[in-house]
Design a protein around this ligand. Structure first.
Ligand code: ZN
Ligand code: ZN
Length: 212
């Protein structure tokens, strides 16, 4: 049994999309359908992987722009937190603000994730949902405990944290999410975030200027 991860950085906001594959079955989960569905699909097919599930950490446009197109191309179901749905539905209007034209509709969620931690399983891949709001409503991180990896979305970055000056965001809420759900993970946990480079929980606990 082994797990492999690939990522690509795309779009206006240079957002990271992650592919997590079980290399026995070659089935994969795509975390954050950020942009350019064909390119995300190619990343999987070039590796011989099939995208079986699409997850979103939150509904900011740069994380879900390709959700409908990728769902269409792969037939994979799309999961997001229930509290992210109003923002998800508002995706077309967001385009007016950023590119002066409507963005496409987002994918219809096939399952709404909840505030309780639950485990999403695909073959050998096990992702625990961590409810981490504050940057955006219904924000989730996905924790792969047996691999010591957390996909932190836009809650925690190398040397930084998610913006809290946006509609529906709050520093007080984000701070609690980070301290209660992320910094409680083991120091060696690798943090793969929505933007920027990889880090570890230990390094952020000791050096992140927003957290010390
Ligand atoms: Zn965001
Ligand atoms: Zn983002």
């Amino acid at each position: 049994m082994s797990i492999e991860i690939k990522y690509v950085t795309l779009g206006l906001a240079q957002t990271n999309a992650y592919l997590v594959a079980d290399t026995e079955t070659n089935d994969a989960i795509l975390i954050d359908p950020v942009d350019q569905a064909e390119l995300l699909l190619k990343l999987a097919t070039d590796a011989g992987w099939t995208i079986k599930l699409i997850l979103a950490t939150h509904a900011h446009f740069d994380h879900v722009l390709a959700s409908a197109a990728l769902k269409e191309l792969t037939g994979a179901p799309f999961y997001i937190h229930s509290e992210a749905v109003p923002m998800l539905k508002n995706l077309p209007q967001t385009g007016l603000r950023f590119v002066g034209q409507l963005y496409p509709e987002a994918a219809e969620p096939d399952r709404l994730l909840t505030t309780e931690s639950e485990t999403i399983t695909l073959g050998a891949i096990q992702l625990e949902t961590l409810y981490t709001p504050g940057h955006a409503p219904g924000h989730l991180a996905f924790y792969m405990r047996d691999q010591d990896i957390v996909f932190s979305g836009d809650a925690l970055f190398a040397g930084s944290v998610g913006r809290t000056d946006l509609p529906g965001s709050s520093w007080a809420v984000l701070e609690r999410s980070i301290f209660d759900k992320l910094l409680t993970l083991p120091d060696q946990t690798r943090v793969l975030s929505g933007h920027g480079a990889m880090t570890t929980i230990g390094r952020e606990r000791q050096t992140n200027p927003f957290l010390i």
